[in-house]
Design a protein around this ligand. Sequence first.
Ligand SMILES: [Zn+2]
Length: 50
Amino acid sequence: MADWKCQKCGYTLKNEKPPEACPSCKEKCEFADVSCYTPDCGNTGTDNRL
Ligand SMILES: [Zn+2]
């Protein structure tokens, strides 16, 4: 599982792959993988720097 964030509206969701269309925008948006891979992200599961 990865965390995906819509670059347009900031909507985040957990999924294995980014969705075809953003459930919030109802459009095909760019999704960034914001999963936490580093220990310095605060262990929240999401990197707030993204
Ligand atoms: Zn969106």
